[in-house]
Each structure stands twice: as C-alpha cells, then as structure tokens.
Design a protein around this ligand. Structure first.
Ligand SMILES: Nc1ncnc2c1ncn2[C@@H]1O[C@H](COP(=O)(O)OP(=O)(O)OP(=O)(O)O)[C@@H](O)[C@H]1O
Length: 258
C-alpha cells in the first residue's frame, strides 16, 4: 500500500493531514502511534478507503483505492470494527460468517471448515454457539477480529484494538495478530495507544503528531526519549526490564524533578 502525497481535511475544517507519502510493505506490522487528536484514526480510514483524500491518492497494488469497487476492495482490506450491536442476538459462529458477506453476494457461503479455522485462530471455539450479547468486551473484540478474518484480507486494519481489554486479553490479542501475520502473511496496520505493545509487535512504527508523520522507523530506531517526549509532550523514561528489554514509561514532571 502506498500513500502518495495524501492530504485530508474534514468538511469546513482546516487541513489535518498534509501531503503524506509512505509505503507499507506487504507482510509488515505497522503501528501508528501518537497523542489524542493527532490524526491517526483519520489516516487509518483513508487507508481503508472509508474516507477519500482531499488531495493525493492511497494506492493498493498500484491502483488508487478510490477506483476499486467496494466488494473487490473488501477482498483485500478488512477493518476490525466493534460498534455493531445489531448482531447481539446472533451466535458467535454466525457473526463470524457475516465477515464473508463483505465481498460476496448474500447467497454466498463460507465453508464450515473455514469458519472453524478463524474461530480457532481467535480462540473462540468454546464460545462459538453462544449469543454475542453473552460475551465479555474482550471476547467480543475477538469475534470482530474473526469476522474480519473471514473476509480473507491481505490487509487487516485495526483502530485501538486493545482499548477495552485487560492486560491478559491485550497480550492474547497481540499474540493472535503476530501469529496471523507470521502464518498467513497478513499485513497489519493498527492505531494503538499502548506504545510498549506497539514497540514489541511492530516491524515499523509511524509516530504522528498534529497531522504529521514525524518519524517512520523500526522499533529499535524509535527508542528515543527526546523524540517520544516531544511527540507526547510529557516526560518519558526508557528503562531496561530484565527478560523483556526496553520499556517506555511516562513519568509526570513533578515526580521526575523530585
Ligand atoms: N468527522 C469529523 N469531523 C470533523 N473533525 C473530525 C472528525 N473526525 C475527527 N475529527 C478531528 O480530526 C482530528 C484528528 O482526529 P483523529 O480521530 O484522526 O485523531 P486520533 O489521532 O485518532 O485521536 P485519538 O487518539 O483521540 O483517537 C481531531 O481534531 C478530531 O477532532
């Protein structure tokens, strides 16, 4: 996927993103990180073809996303969304199946074996027959992921996938994403607030501030205290944790000074 001088402004708003150019290599895990309101979700929506750039183009396999018919785009790009309570009465297994509808006719089917594969990959086997409404937030999150996988995409886009998850589920979800990336070579693009998870799982990071991609780099290139402090406008320390490696912590100024 290529961003060619992509600009964007919301209607009647000033320019938010200004001529962003970047390439996301196939098979990479990219995390977009930065403070609230920086433009991360907007960038993700442009990459998903949900929003159209005000200037420039997002290209997929050399073709502008805007020119790719919706159903064809759905064979390549899946967005993990989580706001859908219209599925509440449906069984998990049936919600997962609906993922395939994105790029097939309503009469199209997905084989039971394939559904089972996605359910297994997202650790939902024991919950498959339960109604969605009976699941916890973290379990639901995995259902949305399984449903997106049923689209069989090349690119999986996620907006803050760990927001409602406790640390156990966060780690589990990250493990699932890593496995999908390694085994199925799905390119993963996510907006994520947990910077340590982002640094751990990603091949490349985009650090975004006020609509600008300030830094593109591998995690090891972004363990830069000053850079991170500048992006998040807070005091950052990078500490070494035994058996883990570098860990980024935010230390409020008042404590740092004492
Ligand atoms: N539909 C909209 N109409 C007008 N302005 C919008 C709209 N959606 C977002 N914005 C504005 O665009 C800016 C960037 O929003 P965006 O959601 O992309 O930021 P973000 O980096 O994902 O933030 P967060 O971390 O808080 O989710 C913000 O100032 C926001 O208020």
């Amino acid at each position: 996927m290529d961003l060619n001088q992509v600009s964007y402004h919301y209607p009647q708003q000033p320019t938010l993103l200004n001529e962003i150019s970047a390439t996301i290599p196939v098979g990479h895990i990219l995390s977009i990180i930065g403070p609230n309101g920086a433009g991360k979700s907007t960038l993700l929506k442009l990459m998903a073809g949900i929003l159209q750039p005000s200037g420039g183009e997002v290209d997929l396999d050399g073709q502008p996303i805007s020119s790719i018919p919706r159903k064809q785009l759905a064979t390549k790009v899946a967005v993990v969304s989580q706001q859908n309570d219209i599925f509440d009465d449906m069984k998990v297994i049936d919600v997962v199946k609906t993922g395939r509808l994105a790029h097939h006719s309503l009469l199209a089917t997905i084989s039971d074996a394939e559904v089972a594969k996605y359910i297994q990959a997202t650790h939902l086997t024991s919950l498959a027959q339960r109604p969605l409404s009976s699941l916890s937030g973290g379990q639901r999150q995995r259902v949305w992921l399984a449903s997106a996988l049923a689209q069989d995409p090349t690119y999986l886009l996620l907006d803050e996938p760990t927001t409602y998850l406790d640390i156990h589920y966060q780690a589990e979800l990250m493990g699932i994403l890593k496995q999908l990336n390694e085994q199925k070579h799905i390119t993963i693009i996510m907006v994520i607030h947990d910077i340590n998870q982002a640094f751990k799982i990603s091949d490349v990071l985009w650090l975004v501030k006020r609509g600008e991609v300030v830094k593109v780099g591998k995690p090891e290139e972004c363990y830069d205290r000053e850079l991170l402090a500048n992006i998040f406008e807070t005091n950052i320390q990078i500490v070494d944790v035994p058996h883990y490696g570098k860990y980024i912590v935010e230390i409020p100024e008042t404590q740092a000074e004492s």
